[in-house]
Design a protein around this ligand. Structure first.
Ligand code: GLC
Length: 753
């Protein structure tokens, strides 16, 4: 079996199990380890036990990561003393092999019980070499690519002394106003499950005890992507069926892939904050799924139980979160400060505390920290493994595959290398805006600059004119005039517009998901010259496009592409690589349509024609996306044949195969992501109008035809019913094999008992 087919089987298994059942691999520690842990536990004081449940910012080594979180007032600055006293179990967002060695020495040589520290950090899309943001990378529809970039990130990050990453972020996000859309895999749980599992496999590598392994922490558990209004840190008022069928599958897939930690989220779920949600953290995660790892809170999320109005004070917050199933407190220090007395006064049973300590000691044992506490603390290796050529080549491949060609009127692209090009916009040079959010440790590479990339592709920089024209959110005096002059002297204009890195990611919710006005004005002025214009969008979410941006002849979604942005975009613009990405988030026509996603329920009066009144509609726009989930073009065209079904019915324990031909009708080879959707017409919980249940990225030579098949079993038709039980129900199902979530002709079949 080929490696690709093995991975596809893994993915299919992940997808199937992602929705239900016990975690595939639940064992963590063997009998010898358990005995050693029990012996250690028996020697620990309450303070030392609470210390193992305490994760603090590594302020001494924070450096570039200091900006990742809000400053904390109540932080101990005497970390070494606290470590030697056994009051800290781990540090985060500090990096550097030498510094890690010194901190670890304080724990394993100076403390009473010599329990090693665990070092974690936010390695979301690369360490020093930055890959495309996860939302961009998901557009590749190649989870195996994500596995490779996660592996490369782990190689670099583990060399800097890290054992653990607070990634992958697997939140399913359906409201593009939310800034953290950038960190996930988009609006679909099935695709999200594949990428979640792939990224866990990549971070872990072949053995999580190895020095180059990075322990994954799928986050934010759970339903953070459902925050009302796309408002950061807000509430998630969703029914449990939506929690189970939309937001949990990527987590289940991550745990099935071997993830042994998870991070509780800031939001509440129907009024019960996730960080103290016993139903989530114990009933589902442990009792139903059999999760044997540990739960870490998000940054001060236990302290925030007070602001939620769920805990009365610090001790109450510590008690409620621990009793709910949380194990490790990040940043607040509440466990270190309050748990010993809470146990002494009986508010927290000692066995609950002990079990959380066991979970953390098991994981430290499982990743080899007791055998090799100085794992990853080798400055020589740290110097050796950063920014290697194969890693940069992978960053370039990932960037190329993340780009989605949204529009290409008159086949304006690919451009001729003999053209005179005007490159205009606030992102034309190389800076942090190429790398996007959560790239604090990235180093600037010349290849990141779009100007450098295009100059290299043209071979003669004299035919390239580069003008910023405006800043990200503010005009530049004379900028528009300079841009218009550059456009007039060129054969083609490339505009790079959209969001700055600081407009995306955590705490960056936006009411209008548009390019800032200064940029829109710049594009309007340049478009008025009448020159052919290519728009490269820079963004961490779907955008609402207007005016000259929307009307450009060619538009590409280029996200934040990371260290090799410039050369990767040049590869696509000039045809060295034909774009193959497909959207994993729907682009609305207007911001006001958000939350806006393809896999929505029908409602009782779905708008079917534009002129119908008394239907689900807005006065200003139709309900169609500007660009749909799954949409993406390339430098050739494809034609789909009709869906053929292996029968008109599926027996209760049978299966059904759907097949279609896809032909390359153009003159260039191209890659197509063939997508497979289903719709359950009648069900006891109304089902989405379409659900992705398969995809296959194929390459076709000019004129070549391939047949693509997808097989369904009853498990693929299941959903969470009124009694919170997953079941399929007999009835009629529609299926599509199509190039997006809004195209294709449906065929139907019956599921029969
Ligand atoms: C942040 C984020 C979380 C991150 C953590 C540590 O608030 O919500 O994703 O891992 O704090 O930086």
């Amino acid at each position: 079996m080929s490696e690709m087919n093995r991975r596809r089987l893994l993915q299919a298994a992940a997808a199937a199990s992602a929705f239900a059942g016990v975690i595939a691999r639940a064992e963590v520690a063997n009998a010898d380890d358990e005995r050693a842990i029990e012996a250690l536990l028996a020697r620990m004081t309450l303070e030392e036990k609470a210390g193992q449940l305490t994760l603090l910012p590594d302020n001494a080594r924070a450096g570039a990561l200091a900006g990742a979180n809000p400053a904390q007032q109540n932080q101990t600055n005497d970390t070494l003393t606290e470590i030697r006293a056994g009051r800290i179990g781990g540090l985060f967002n500090g990096v550097g092999a030498a510094g890690g060695r010194a901190l670890q020495r304080a724990a394993v040589e100076d403390s009473r019980l010599k329990i090693p520290l665990i070092f974690g950090a936010d390695i979301i899309h690369g360490y020093q070499t930055i890959f495309p943001i996860p939302l961009g990378e998901a557009s590749s529809f190649e989870p195996e690519l994500a596995e490779r970039t996660a592996r490369a990130a782990a190689m670099e990050a583990s060399a800097a002394g890290l054992h653990w990453t607070f990634a992958p972020m697997v939140d399913v996000a359906r409201d593009q106003r939310w800034g953290r859309v950038a960190e996930g895999a988009g609006e679909d749980p099935y695709l999200g499950a594949h990428f979640a599992a792939a990224r866990v496999r990549g971070f872990h590598g072949r053995d999580i005890r190895a020095a180059d392994s990075l322990l994954a922490c799928p986050k934010h558990f759970a339903a953070y992507g459902a925050v009302a209004g796309g408002m950061e840190y807000s509430t998630a008022d969703i029914p449990e069926q939506t929690l189970r069928d939309v937001h949990l599958p990527p987590f289940k897939a991550a745990f099935d892939a071997g993830a042994l930690t998870t991070m509780s989220s800031f939001n509440d779920i129907a009024g019960v904050p996730a960080t103290a949600n016993h139903h989530l953290l114990t009933d589902i995660l442990r009792d139903e799924w059999g999760f044997r790892g540990f739960v870490v809170s998000d940054y001060t999320a236990d302290e925030e139980l007070i602001a939620h109005g769920y805990a009365a004070d610090g001790p109450d917050a510590a008690r409620l979160s621990l009793l709910a199933g949380m194990d490790m407190s990040m940043t607040s220090g509440f466990y270190m400060r309050f748990l010993p007395d809470l146990v002494r006064n009986g508010a927290v049973p000692q066995h609950i505390l002990d079990e959380s300590v066991r979970r953390i000691l098991r994981i430290k044992t499982r990743i080899g920290l007791f055998d090799n506490p100085y794992r990853g603390c080798d400055p020589a290796r740290e110097r050796r493994v950063m920014g290697l050529r194969p890693t940069l080549a992978l960053a370039r491949e990932a960037a190329r595959k993340s780009v989605v060609l949204l529009k290409n009127e008159g086949d304006l692209l690919p451009l001729q290398r003999s053209a005179r090009v005007a490159l205009i916009g606030p992102f034309v040079a190389g800076d942090e805006n190429q790398e996007g959010p959560w790239a604090f440790l990235g180093t600037q590479h010349d290849a990141a600059s779009i100007a450098n990339g295009i100059a290299g592709a043209l071979g003669d920089a004299s035919r390239l004119t580069v003008v910023k024209g405006c800043n990200v959110e503010q005009p530049i005096a004379g900028g528009v005039d300079a841009a218009v002059a550059a456009a007039r002297g060129a054969d083609v204009v490339i505009m790079v517009v959209g969001e700055g890195a600081n407009m995306s990611g955590e705490a960056q919710s936006r009411v209008e998901i548009v390019a800032p006005q200064a940029q829109q004005d710049l594009v309007e002025a340049v478009a008025a010259t009448g020159k052919p214009m290519v728009v490269l969008l820079r963004h961490g979410r779907a955008l609402a496009l207007h005016g000259a941006v929307k009307n450009a002849r060619a538009i590409m979604a280029t996200w934040f592409l990371g260290s090799e942005t410039g050369v990767a975009l040049a590869d696509i613009l000039f045809g060295a690589y034909a774009p193959s990405g497909r959207l994993t988030v729907s682009f609305p026509q207007e911001s006001g349509q958000e939350p806006f996603f393809y896999n929505h329920r029908s409602g009782g009066r779905p708008q079917t024609t534009e002129d119908a009144e008394y239907k689900s509609r807005y006065r200003e726009v139709t309900n169609e996306p500007l660009f749909a989930f799954g949409h993406g073009l390339t430098y050739t065209k494809f034609e789909y044949g009709p869906v053929q079904l292996s029968g008109d019915a599926m027996a209760w324990d049978g299966e059904l195969t759907a097949t279609a031909t896809v032909r390359n009708t153009g003159s260039r080879a191209g890659e197509e992501v063939v997508q497979f959707y289903i719709h359950d017409r009648v069900a006891s919980i109304t089902q989405p109008v379409r659900k992705l249940k398969g995809y296959n990225k194929i390459t076709l030579a000019p004129g070549e035809t391939k047949t693509v098949s997808f097989t369904l079993k009853r498990a693929d038709l299941e959903f969470t019913g009124p009694e919170m039980v997953r079941n399929a129900e007999p009835g009629t199902f529609d299926v599509w094999i199509s190039p997006s979530a809004v195209t294709g002709e449906a065929k139907s079949f019956e599921l029969r008992r």
